[in-house]
Write a protein that binds this ligand. Structure first.
Ligand code: NAD
Ligand code: UDP
Length: 311
């Protein structure tokens, strides 16, 4: 297949490009590098099946020739980007999704939207099944991201219903791994880089809030299986093993041998208290479940951060 990946120079997007190429597909990555980096795809330079185009996908997307698939991943994704890039986030979720869907429509291509567990907001239902409609503060600091993704899901379903586009929606839960930005601001890169510098880990609030962490290779496997399936309704992909942030900090300190402990900082507004995917649907319709335990994925990520930081 000839596949377009928006956000292809990002953390997840670059791993997806690697996987698609390994499956024998031709890949065109589009990215405006707002939060991504060509470092993530530098190893693909010279690969005849791969092309990178610098493009803001909120603008009209022109691709010559046939396209069989569009994976739409373009969007800043870290909470530190929400206050600094709110308009860019809303534009890429709305206009960017519209343009990417327009490309899929023009080419008769299958379309996959990278949605998020954030559509569930600060959830009142635990764990979160796909049938839960969510609990989002539209005007809070996270609203720009959550509502952009909710709009993107609605737009995807509208194109599916009206234009009969073959669509997929993946709801991704916290994913980590090599190639995350050192200063990404999300908890995994923050804790690992602090630990490698021998600093205390910055736990927000009392650290009792929970998350469930998915290693990037597990996510990419789920994403690829969903794309290849015929399931057009949303599917959660995430690791259901739930940890408090304090437990997670202790694990990072133990894996890295950091003796500096933790320090407590204020909890950001609207920070979800609990998050864990119900993955019964992914198990049932995709035969998917995560394979990489947290400690193993963490060790690989720590090793990659050591190389990146030069420690
Ligand atoms: P990332 O920031 O590393 O990747 C996003 C990429 O999109 C970047 O390379 C960025 O430059 C690009 N981009 C942003 N706006 C663009 C625009 N207007 N035009 C072209 N390119 C643009 O983040 P990530 O963690 O790899 O996330 C990838 C996708 O997965 C995002 O859509 C995100 O919302 C979704 N997601 C990720 C997670 C996670 O835990 N990593 C969780 C839920 C959802
Ligand atoms: N967090 C933390 N210390 C940090 C960064 C994040 O305690 O240095 C917390 C954050 O408040 C949240 C959890 O870790 O409860 C996960 O945050 P992240 O930014 O990775 O993503 P989120 O799941 O909130 O979108």
């Amino acid at each position: 297949m000839r596949i377009v990946v928006t956000g292809g120079a990002g953390f997840v997007g670059s791993h997806l490009c690697d996987r698609l190429l390994a499956e024998g597909h031709t890949v065109i990555a589009l990215d405006n590098l707002i939060t991504g980096s060509t470092d993530n795809i530098a190893h693909l330079a010279g690969n005849k099946s791969f092309q990178f185009i610098y493009q803001d996908v909120t603008e009209y997307i022109y691709i010559a020739g046939e396209v069989d698939g569009v994976f739409h991943l373009a969007s800043p994704a870290s909470p530190i980007d929400f206050p600094t890039l709110p308009i860019q986030i809303m534009k890429v979720g709305a206009l960017g999704t519209h343009k990417a869907l327009g490309l899929a429509k023009a080419k008769g291509a299958r379309f996959l939207l990278a949605s998020t567990s954030e559509v569930y907001g600060d959830p009142e239902v635990h764990p979160q099944p796909e049938t839960y409609w969510g609990h989002v503060n539209p005007i809070g600091p996270r609203g720009v991201y959550d509502e952009a993704k909710r709009f993107a899901e609605a737009m995807t379903m509208a194109y599916h219903r009206i234009h009969k586009i073959d669509t997929r929606i993946i709801r991704i839960f916290n994913t980590y791994g090599p190639r995350m930005r050192i200063k990404d601001g999300r908890v995994v890169p923050n804790f690992i880089s602090q630990a490698l510098r021998g600093e205390p880990l910055t736990v927000y609030g009392d650290g009792s809030q929970t998350r469930s962490f998915t290693f990037v290779s597990d996510l990419v496997e789920g994403m690829y299986r969903l794309f290849m399936s015929d399931v057009f309704t949303p599917v959660n992909i995430g690791n259901p093993n739930e940890y408090s942030i304090l437990q997670f900090a202790e694990m990072v300190n133990s894996v890295t041998g950091n003796k500096a402990g933790v320090t407590f900082e204020p909890l950001p507004k609207d920070d979800p208290k609990r998050r864990r995917p119900d993955i019964s649907k992914a198990r049932r319709v995709l035969g998917w479940e995560p394979a990489v335990p947290l400690e193993k994925g963490l060790k690989q990520t720590v090793a990659s951060f050591r190389r990146a930081i030069g420690m």
